[in-house]
Design a protein around this ligand. Structure first.
Ligand code: IVH
Length: 672
């Protein structure tokens, strides 16, 4: 293929993929299968790898992230990010109208839209390309989270059409769709991590993550609802959203009733009442409705207070609350031994679902609200997935009722519970003898992202454990066909499948075995870094605290947890038994061949534009050769690999700190 042909092909593929992206993520109306999309994307990836000079910054392949931001830069908003005043009743809305009518004499037309319960974002576009995305911050200045926002598929990197202003800002909310958030929690449950309680807070935390690749995997979504700029060509708010939709943004549309023109308070309340009920059927959370004056000229006339526009108001839904009887408090023991008290309720209908249980969080929460068995309690469903108890109807309390005595011993194994200083949760310390903890470890071990053992699922683990066939993960590899076949419901095929699955798992690479061991805080990524750094289990087992924290992304907490794990003799025995069983406890020849230590101990900052490599390739090469990539220059920086157009402030800083600057040719020599 000639260069010209490659360039044309890349342009054509990019345009097609962009259109499919838009159909899928913005319109939710895909016209090709996921498979066909993936194939096309792969074609583009290959071409771009071969001809990196034609890989554009806004290529559809760039959605997967990879850029790492160590410190988010704080930047002043061009237009302050205001908030809205709240209202809770028809009277409040009527007051809002009265206030406006004192300021302008005109027939008012309102627009009602959903109030998305997400994280506010302001995104600037220049010449049709995503330029910068800022968080609200304090309203005056926010954090630059552009790298992370670029991974959100419903936010265009470049705009459709050509009639957009040269520069403008668009604002909206970023959030987790309900099903995505649910899946995220299921995955966390899988690997024994604590669940996220609240979708909005998790979205906010995700947007501030350093590694945009992780953000990309989280699959956040957006709705945008406000266009700002100089001399915008719109007469009304609705018109602006209509246009923004044409440019490729995900905006509320009249077709799906997310937005509606209203002439009076009756119509406004029709919208409010409709969504107060319907909101439970949406795949994202809303916490109210926003009412805006549609006409731009009138908006301007009505004006602002210091904090919010006077032409708009938020109507907040009441968090639905019901009263019910608390029948019993029970206690759950998690994989890590954490104890969670659970309120077992008289079943009651709340926010569209029947609620039977509510989380009581911890001992302090129970004491603070003085919650007792037999009480009539108020249950609320806010942003949280699990409903919570917000109060007790003390007047309805039985006169003989006694304050709740929190358990002192594990309900599963009887061991005395501990509570570490500063932690709210009680723990069962019997890590290796408490059934849910033992089973949890084995379930994690066999899970898809760990050993992924064919034929074995959670139920089988429960059954094998109940039949005393396994006590720990090493026992799995000593199971025999006859033992399995002797179990009820275990036919020949099923038994053989498990034996085969276990045999096949002996080829699972070291990093996944390491992850499968279930060392606290050693997730998939950390396991990978550790495997690459230490290369085999012996080196890791004997690593000192300092050696551990010298590893990329390994901090004090993880290092301590690793040391604690290997200081327990039974853990070392377990590893040795697994090793005896033939599991991989070292990098393979191939993995070793593909990595070098030429850059070990060196930290690089990559800046500018290059001709031999793309920036991502450079970063990858640094890591593959044992070096570290950082995004900001500091005393710890060993080299700056500088291309063309390296920023002047970076250059000054490098000179200031006396950091060596090398070009890509010199870099090539270092790894040759
Ligand atoms: S308009 C100057 N529209 O709620 C007016 N805001 O509590 C800017 N929000 O600051 C806001 N959905 O972060 C507007 N459809 C919507 C909204 C919305 C959610 C957020 C936004 C705002 C906050 C006010």
């Amino acid at each position: 293929m000639t260069k010209q042909e490659a360039q044309d092909k890349i342009a054509a593929l990019s345009a097609t993929l962009r259109e499919h992206n838009y159909n899928y993520y913005v319109l939710s109306a895909p016209t090709i299968s996921d498979y066909d999309f993936d194939m096309m994307l792969e074609d583009l990836q290959k071409l771009e790898a071969e001809f990196p000079e034609f890989a554009a910054d806004d290529s559809p392949t760039k959605r997967v992230g990879g850029e790492v931001t160590k410190n988010f830069e704080t930047i002043k908003h061009k237009y302050p990010m205001l908030s809205l005043s709240n209202s809770y009743s028809r009277e409040d809305i009527s007051d809002f109208e009265t206030r406006i009518k004192k300021l302008v004499e005109a027939d008012l037309e309102y627009v009602c839209e959903l109030k998305y319960d997400g994280v506010a974002i302001g995104i600037t576009y220049r010449n049709g390309k995503l330029f910068r995305a800022l968080t609200r911050g304090d309203g005056v200045q926010g954090d630059d989270i552009t790298a992370n926002v670029r991974t959100i598929r419903s936010i265009p990197l470049s705009l459709k059409g050509s009639d957009y202003p040269e520069e403008f800002e668009i604002r909206g909310e970023i959030f987790f769709p309900r099903d995505v958030f649910k899946r995220l929690n299921e995955e966390r449950e899988d690997i024994g991590e604590e669940l996220y309680a609240n979708a909005r807070n998790t979205a906010s935390g995700t947007l501030k993550m350093q590694d945009s690749k992780v953000v990309s995997e989280r699959k956040l979504d957006s709705y945008l609802y406000f266009v700002l700029g100089e001399d915008l060509p719109f007469r009304t708010h609705l018109e602006s959203l209509q246009k923004a939709g044409e440019w490729g943004f995900k905006v509320p549309r009249e077709e799906n009733k997310f937005i509606k023109k209203c002439a009076n308070i009756d119509e406004i309340f029709e919208f409010i009442n409709y969504w107060d009920k319907e909101r439970y059927n949406l795949n994202f959370e809303i916490d109210g409705v926003v009412i805006k004056v549609n006409n731009y000229a009138l908006q301007e006339e009505i004006g602002f207070t210091a904090k919010s526009p006077k032409w708009a108001i938020a109507y907040k839904f009441k968090a639905e609350q019901v009263k019910t009887r608390l029948n019993e408090i029970t206690y759950q023991v998690g994989r890590t031994g954490a104890i969670t008290p659970v309120a077992n309720l008289q079943p009651v209908l709340l926010a569209g679902t029947t609620v039977k249980r509510a989380s009581l969080h911890n001992a302090d929460q129970i004491a603070k609200l003085d919650i007792r068995e037999g009480d009539t309690v108020m249950v609320e469903k806010g942003g949280e997935i699990i409903p919570k108890i917000v109060g007790v109807e003390v007047t309805q309390r039985d006169m003989f009722s006694q304050p709740t005595q929190y358990i002192t011993h594990c309900p599963e194994c009887g061991t005395e519970l501990v509570r570490k200083e500063g932690e709210a949760q009680h723990y069962c310390p019997n890590e290796w003898g408490c059934p849910p903890q033992i089973k949890g470890k084995m379930q994690h071990f066999i899970s898809r992202k760990a050993m992924n053992i064919d034929g074995l699922g959670e139920e089988t683990i429960d059954l094998l454990y109940a039949n005393s066939l396994i006590q720990n993960i090493a026992d799995l590899y000593e199971l025999t066909f006859d033992q399995l076949f002797a179990l009820d419901t275990f036919k020949e095929k099923k038994s053989q499948n498990i034996i085969d699955g276990l045999e096949a798992s002996k080829q699972v690479p070291f990093e996944r075995v390491l992850f499968a061991l279930g060392i606290r805080y050693v997730g998939e990524t950390v396991a990978k870094k550790l495997a690459r750094q230490f290369k085999n289990i012996d080196a890791l087992m004997h690593a000192s605290f300092d050696e551990l924290i010298a590893t990329d992304e390994i901090g004090d907490k993880i290092a301590e947890s690793i040391l604690a794990f290997f200081s327990v003799e039974s853990n070392v025995e377990l590893v040795n038994r697994l090793r005896g069983n033939g599991l991989q406890f070292a990098l393979s020849e191939e993995q070793l061949a593909n990595s070098s230590t030429k850059l070990e101990g060196l930290t690089f900052v990559v800046s500018g534009v290059f001709s031999l490599f793309s920036r991502d390739e450079l970063k990858h090469l640094i890591e593959q050769n044992g070096g570290k990539v950082s995004s900001s220059i500091s005393k710890k920086t060993s080299y700056i690999v500088a291309g063309e157009n390296m920023g002047p402030s970076k250059l000054a800083k490098a000179n200031d700190l006396g950091v060596a600057i090398i070009d890509e040719h010199k870099f090539s020599e270092m790894i040759a």
